[in-house]
Design a protein around this ligand. Sequence first.
Ligand SMILES: C[S@@+](CC[C@H](N)C(=O)[O-])C[C@H]1O[C@@H](n2cnc3c(N)ncnc32)[C@H](O)[C@@H]1O
Length: 262
Amino acid sequence: MRINPRCSVNKETQVYLVGAGPGDTGLITVKGLKCLQKADVVLYDKLVNVELLKEAPEDAELIYVGKQKGSHLLPQEQINQLLAEKACLGRIVVRLKGGDPFVFGRGGEEAEYLQSQSIPFEIVPGVTAGFAAAAYAGIPVTHRDCTTSVTLVTGHAKGESAEEPKLNWSSLALGEGTLVFYMGLSNLNTICRELMANGRSDATPLAIISRATTDDQLTMTTTLGNACQDVAEINVPTPAVIIVGEVVSMRDQLRWFDRNQD
Ligand SMILES: C[S@@+](CC[C@H](N)C(=O)[O-])C[C@H]1O[C@@H](n2cnc3c(N)ncnc32)[C@H](O)[C@@H]1O
């Protein structure tokens, strides 16, 4: 990659877009941890477990950019510019993002911006919340007996109203594939209604996993037909993922995390 001529870069200069994982600090990758340990600057999001920041050098600059649904402390354009600005000072910059940077994490937009500025970057994948939540809830997202596919879906697509995400419901409802919805809790009503209207049985098992992989993990299981009523009865904290599919019923046998906590 051609180095940006306006930057005082040296060969150490690099932006690392690092996935911090879903919450359990043990779920960051070894490579991600090594990046953090040599960082001069760390820009981190709301969903990052702040315990991980202790891994950065004592004199590292830690910048909270506070991204969460509906409220960005800094708009995305300013985050992009800040990344470039810090890198252009010749610093090792870690952009620490919850889960995986490329799964509903705007990592693609940040990488595009860095590329447009000719600033060198690397992407360090992370364990995405949907897969981690499923694993910690004892729900195999695929299983030869039930399903051969899994789809990650946003419950809150770009530019659409919070109430009505415009998804291709007929293709999502089709077949038996597992669906994992991110940012979907506030649209649970729409999700259940559209999946049933497009052919999924109201008896399809559904799980909601909140604060996955942390000591506060809360897992509830219900069905597509009963989910809204059941959720109304308890206050489910965010962040949460919604898993729809027959695999959810395997939790009865395979739940291990909350069983170990009992
Ligand atoms: C903006 S997306 C970021 C996803 C992230 N890049 C990833 O790969 O996990 C935020 C959504 O991820 C999900 N999420 C993140 N961390 C979670 C956790 N610990 N437990 C449950 N859901 C989580 C929620 O659906 C939340 O609304």
